[in-house]
Design a protein around this ligand. Structure first.
Ligand code: NAP
Length: 303
């Protein structure tokens, strides 16, 4: 907590502590399922040689190991093409021992990640990014969906700073991983939502009038302290590689003492997202068996 020149105490909203508490719960539930002979298993498809995709897969593997959850990286050679990628997804869809499937991005040039995502069985879609799951979210039927992990993490962190119902909220980005589902999830929570994108004419105006700002554009430094108003809450989902390090879409310089709360990058949304993937894995298992045996950890996380 920091008290700046304008007298505003700024909170840093970190995903790690929330994720740690959630992991204890997930590990307990996973162990109980394993004892019943239904050990959860997540498979991550890495299609190509992109170092970022391999790094994401390794990072999830470390979380899986901490949770004692089964985990496998399924590599698809760049030469296998789209047919190879689809075949890998189909095989995992059909395998009853696999409960969750993810495709780490980016895939190899020439492969269509969107088409492969849509091929994932919606009940194994632990990222919550298939048309079926995003559609249910859009219809305010989150209890039937596997809820997208990154938007869920963004909302959970924003709620640390106060309830969202009735708030004026601006979302910057309408991409499939974050903004596309985040906007309806905020509407579902009774926020009043403005969505901005690359064709928005007056982004500064949309930022000025918001009480809570969510940013997921994938543009380093797109928003700075001078774009933000005293007392706003700022949630930054952006991940950008700059000079070998990770930065967000919001330049953190000058935020302390100006905004009410913000998520750092790294250390904000990311650590919570990676844990919510595993909460979604248990959620997926419950849906696959027709319901309530496993409580809905992802929904509880944003309740
Ligand atoms: P995306 O599909 O590339 O979408 C980016 C969005 O930002 C688009 O809607 C785009 O507008 C908009 N945009 C780009 N430049 C803009 C500008 N100058 N002003 C306003 N809007 C602009 O991205 P995504 O997959 O949703 O991911 C967004 C970010 O979140 C990325 O940095 C990604 O790495 C990160 N991410 C983080 C996590 C996490 O756990 N923290 C997880 C997943 C993704 P148009 O629609 O008009 O093109």
């Amino acid at each position: 907590m920091h008290d700046g020149p304008s007298g505003i105490e700024t909170r840093t909203l970190r995903g790690g502590p929330i994720a740690a508490a959630l992991r204890d719960d997930i590990a307990g539930r996973a162990a109980a399922l394993a004892a019943e002979g239904r050990a959860p298993k997540l498979c991550v498809v890495v299609a190509g040689d992109d170092p970022a995709a391999h790094a994401y897969a390794q990072s999830k593997g470390r979380t899986a190991a901490k949770l004692a959850i089964g985990y496998e990286v399924v590599s698809v050679a760049p030469t296998a093409g789209q047919a190879g990628l689809i075949a890998a997804v189909d095989r995992l869809n059909a395998d009853p021992a696999v409960h969750g499937i993810l495709i780490d991005l980016p895939v190899a040039p020439g492969m269509d990640a969107e088409a492969a995502l849509d091929r994932i069985d919606r009940l194994k879609d632990v990222d919550g990014l298939t048309a079926g799951n995003i559609g249910l979210v859009q219809l305010n039927r989150e209890s039937e969906a596997i809820v997208p992990a990154t938007p869920a993490a963004c909302i959970r962190l924003a709620e640390e700073a106060g309830p969202l119902a009735g708030r004026r909220v601006t979302v910057v980005g309408r991409g499939r991983s974050v903004g596309r589902a985040l906007a309806p999830m905020l509407v579902n929570r009774d926020a009043t939502v403005t969505v901005c994108h690359s064709r928005t004419r007056d982004l500064p105006d949309a930022l000025r009038t918001a009480e809570v700002v969510f940013v997921a554009a994938g543009r380093a430094g797109l928003i700075g302290a001078s774009d933000l108003q005293p007392g706003q809450v700022v949630i930054d989902a952006g991940i950008n590689m700059v000079d070998g390090g990770i930065v967000g879409d919001v330049d953190p310089a000058g935020l302390d003492g100006r905004v009410a709360a913000f998520t750092p990058v790294p250390g904000g949304v990311g650590p919570l997202t990676s844990t919510l993937i595993f909460a979604n894995l248990l959620r997926a298992m419950a849906l696959q068996t027709g319901g309530g045996a496993v409580a809905d950890a992802a929904k509880e996380a944003t309740a």
